[in-house]
Ligand binder design. Structure first.
Ligand SMILES: Nc1ncnc2c1ncn2[C@@H]1O[C@H](COP(=O)(O)OP(=O)(O)OP(=O)(O)O)[C@@H](O)[C@H]1O
Length: 256
């Protein structure tokens, strides 16, 4: 039997923007199916540039990327399948919600794949249930709270049954309760997860493994608890834990 290909396989990816700025200097990153990985790094490290490669928005200057064994290519059929496999949840949910009801927004992607009737309804039900938004299905997205809109944005991507869910700053702009609720949801999703974040405790809570990118290079890749416990490593790459967070326990002395 063939071994299961990794959800994500990034090999030697170098990328220069049209103005000549090299944002990625040969990135290697493999994410196995079912892993949850945090992508950390200071502003300008290249995290967004890397994410934009995963579904073919940007094309590597050198190197290649495969998703579930399928190499990201530029022909229409491959690109459509890659975009189904790589579900990106952008930072602003309003970039992903534009229809009159929550259910229509969640149905949009799978309907574009050609799903109709009971099959489409089942996809929508499944995705809304996964993010705890079933009861809001007939509401107008812009009447929901920001935290609810972010959950619906996650559902729009889940409805495509992606190989990998990529989240850009999932905890940004959430109040503490919404932040915690979203963590509870993300933890239970049966999907490979790559999470770009500056929120190091969130990375610790959700991802066993973290990768630090700086100046377009992977500078660390290992257990989140180990990386976050390395003060020198964090300082070198402009990463800071909120005092007095302790990565060994994930708790502050106040809540111990
Ligand atoms: N369109 C562009 N043209 C030229 N350079 C760019 C362009 N977009 C980004 N860059 C540069 O590429 C580098 C990586 O940027 P990128 O946005 O990928 O970083 P990031 O890690 O996502 O940062 P942040 O944490 O601030 O979101 C930066 O030096 C940035 O200035």
């Amino acid at each position: 039997m063939q071994p299961t290909p990794p959800s994500l396989d990034v090999r030697g990816v170098r990328y220069a923007y049209p103005d000549g700025h090299v944002a990625l200097h040969g990135v290697d990153l493999t994410v196995a199916r079912g892993e949850r990985v945090a992508l950390l790094g200071p502003n300008g490290a290249g995290k967004t540039t890397l994410v934009l490669h995963l579904n073919g928005i940007l094309t590597p200057t050198e190197g290649q990327i495969a998703v579930g064994g399928l190499t990201v290519g530029q022909d229409r059929a491959t690109l459509a399948e890659i975009r189904r496999r790589v579900g990106i949840v952008f930072q602003d949910p309003d970039d992903q919600l534009f229809l009159p009801t929550v259910a229509e927004d969640v149905a949009f992607g799978p309907a574009n794949l050609g799903l109709r009737g009971a099959e489409l309804a089942a996809r929508v039900d499944e995705a809304l249930a996964a993010v705890g938004m079933s009861e809001h299905r007939d509401r107008t997205p812009h009447h929901l709270s920001f935290g609810q809109r972010r959950r619906v944005a996650v559902a729009t991507v889940l409805a495509m049954r992606p190989e990998i869910l990529v989240l850009d700053e999932p905890s940004s702009n959430l109040d503490p309760a919404a932040r915690r609720e979203l963590a509870g949801i993300l933890r239970t999703l049966p999907v490979t997860l790559l999470m770009v974040t500056h929120d190091l405790p969130y990375a610790f809570e959700l991802c066993d493994r973290s990768v630090i990118l700086d100046a377009g290079r992977v500078v660390a890749d290992g257990p989140t608890a180990v990386l976050l416990d390395d003060e020198e490593l964090l300082a070198r790459h402009r990463l800071e834990l909120p005092y007095p967070f302790r990565p060994t326990t994930g708790r502050t002395p106040i809540s111990e």
